[in-house]
Design a protein around this ligand. Structure first.
Ligand code: G3H
Ligand code: 13P
Ligand code: NA
Ligand code: ZN
Length: 328
């Protein structure tokens, strides 16, 4: 059944677990997530970016969510707009059956330029008021995601650097977070705590304190009823890099956020964990493998089925690691 983000994360907070939020663009990704959820009895957050909505078409996505809810009636399912950039994006998502929206006012509507605080408060407050009228949940974002290593901020797609930022802009200020939540009344707050979008997060094996755990902890203490969201939470597993590169890929060596670091975050109030890159890599590894090992193959299903299975296994692993398994 469809539920809101608020309903799901209230339950997650009560029982101290985290929920991965997987991005979807197509039927295969939707089925992979739901199969994993069914296998381990986990509630689901599926999210679609603006790019996903223009790729798949809003009506296609709306009917797909309806179909997945009907095929997997026992799984609580939250459908969320990832990185909404305007009131219109958020409202049209709700109109198409999304039960939750992210208004990302940390960046201007171009999704690249860092926005000032007043802009962020004003637009997020407006979306929050409208979404709550119709029973949808809202995620806001305070702080700009980017690489702590290079000081480069990133656009939502993990490309398009927006320029150099200083260390403090890349980490959410806890006192400002208190003010932001009071004024916007968001249900969930995405924080900047040292992660960035995409595959290229860290150039060295991250050791110990790659997440600003003290900031996560402090925000959680000051805002115990606000659910914290970690973006850029792909782990970029070495084995997925290896499969891609073994079958003709050319991904430079890179490091993501280790699963055990995310689990530490969950112990300090992180409830929603955004993962897209890992799912993309799980699928692409299989596309490359099939293309290379059976070059005569031309039936798309022969590519898509192993890709779906690999994504399903990845999702299942995260449900188990984050404590989502058994909570449906
Ligand atoms: O935050 C970005 C998500 O990974 C979605 O990426 O805009 O390429 O669909 P996308
Ligand atoms: P990754 O690129 O680390 O998977 O992050 C996805 C994300 O934050 C979507 O909003
Ligand atoms: Na989001
Ligand atoms: Zn994100």
């Amino acid at each position: 059944a469809l539920i809101t983000l608020r309903q799901l994360l209230d339950h997650a907070a009560e029982y101290s677990y985290g929920v991965p939020a997987f991005n979807i663009n197509n039927m295969e990704q939707g089925l992979a997530i739901m199969e994993a959820a069914r296998a381990v009895d986990a509630p689901v957050i599926m999210q679609a970016s603006r790019g996903a909505r223009s790729y798949a078409n809003d009506i296609m996505l709306a009917k797909m969510i309806e179909a997945l809810a009907a095929i997997y009636p026992e799984i609580p399912l939250c459908m969320h707009q990832d990185h909404g950039n305007s009131e219109a994006t958020c409202m049209t998502a709700i109109r198409h059956g999304f039960t939750s929206v992210m208004m990302d006012g940390s960046l201007k509507a171009d999704a690249k330029t860092p926005a000032d605080y007043d802009y962020n408060v004003e637009i997020t407050e407006r979306v929050s008021r409208m979404a709550h009228w119709v029973g949808a949940s809202v995620e806001g974002e305070l702080g700009i995601l980017g690489s702590l290593e290079t000081g480069e901020a990133e656009a939502e797609d993990g490309h398009g650097a927006t320029g150099k930022l200083d260390h403090s802009q890349l980490l959410t200020d806890p006192d400002q977070a208190v003010d932001f939540v009071a004024r916007t009344k968001v249900d969930a707050l995405a924080i900047a705590c040292g992660t960035s979008h995409g595959a290229y997060k860290f150039s060295r094996k991250p050791d110990g304190d790659i997440l600003a755990m003290n900031i996560i902890e402090e925000i959680h203490q000051k805002l115990p009823n606000t659910h914290l969201v970690m973006h850029g939470s792909s782990s970029v597993p070495q084995e997925l890099q290896d499969i891609i590169n073994e079958y003709g890929g050319e991904m430079p060596q890179t490091f993501g956020v280790p699963v055990e670091e995310i689990v530490r975050g969950i112990r300090h109030g992180v409830r929603k964990v955004n993962i897209d890159t890992d799912c993309r890599m799980a699928m692409t590894g299989q596309f490359r493998k099939i293309a290379t090992t059976t070059p005569a193959e031309f039936d798309p299903r022969k590519f898509l089925k192993p890709a779906m299975d690999a994504m399903r296994d990845l999702c299942r692993n995260r449900f188990e690691a984050f404590g989502t398994a058994g909570q449906a």
